[in-house]
Write a protein that binds this ligand. Structure first.
Ligand code: GRF
Length: 214
């Protein structure tokens, strides 16, 4: 695996002693959440997902969660198509806290997280992005990579801040762009990388949090 590691400060000893409680927000298929669940079930990630919330009532991520007996809920965005209104962010924060969530994973969640959710979970919200940030932020990054003619792109897990895909990087994995790639074939190859990367990044952050709060 071609992983780029970002060293954590020494005081964050990676001795992982506590099962981290995760909350997941997603708008679509939820294959990244599935990868996290698979790692938990395989015993390679000591965590548990206590709740999955979606702004899209038809999102398959909710069905995946139900199949695993995980609590689900719909985020009411008050009819806004892309905005994540403040009341909805507060409700989301309240539901995550009520579910005992310590670390929030965005997994294909299509709205920009801002205050008050960021304030309730400072440095505790992760996102996965299908490019080597800071390259190709925003939507459909695999198409952006193809259009730019680069020979390599990748996947990034980062902490979420107020910007769009701007927070500190936790882990990245490189993915080659191959001759004849279409948007679909490249996205599929990036997703394979994502599914390895996200559980690893969660494990790393969980270890950091446990080290800081033994
Ligand atoms: C992933 O490619 C992720 O990088 C992006 O949205 C997609 C979500 O896929 N943020 P899934 O819902 O996890 O299958």
């Amino acid at each position: 695996m071609n992983l780029k590691h970002f060293p954590l400060p020494a005081r964050f000893s990676p001795i992982y002693t506590k099962r981290m409680v995760l909350g997941v927000l997603g708008s679509g298929s939820g294959s990244n959440m599935q990868a996290i669940l698979d790692a938990i079930e395989a015993g390679t990630l000591d965590a548990r997902i206590s709740i999955v919330l979606s702004d899209n009532p038809d999102a398959f991520i909710l069905e995946r969660a139900r199949r695993h007996g995980i609590a689900t809920g719909i985020i009411d965005c008050r009819g806004f198509k892309t905005k994540f209104p403040e009341e909805a962010q507060q409700e989301t924060a309240d539901r995550l806290r009520a579910a005992g969530v310590e670390l929030v994973c965005l997994a294909g969640f299509l709205r920009l997280v801002k205050r008050p959710l960021l304030d309730v979970f400072p440095n505790r919200i992760l996102n996965i992005h299908p490019a080597l940030l800071p390259a190709f932020p925003g939507l459909e990054s695999w198409k952006q990579a193809l259009d730019a003619g680069v020979s390599e792109t990748g996947a990034t897990v980062h902490f979420v801040d107020e910007g769009m895909d701007t927070g500190p990087v936790i882990l990245q994995q490189r993915v080659p762009v191959l001759p004849g790639d279409t948007a679909e074939s490249l996205h599929a190859r990036i997703q394979v990388a994502e599914h390895q990367l996200y559980p690893d990044a969660v494990k790393r952050v969980a270890a950091m949090i446990s080290g800081a709060n033994p």
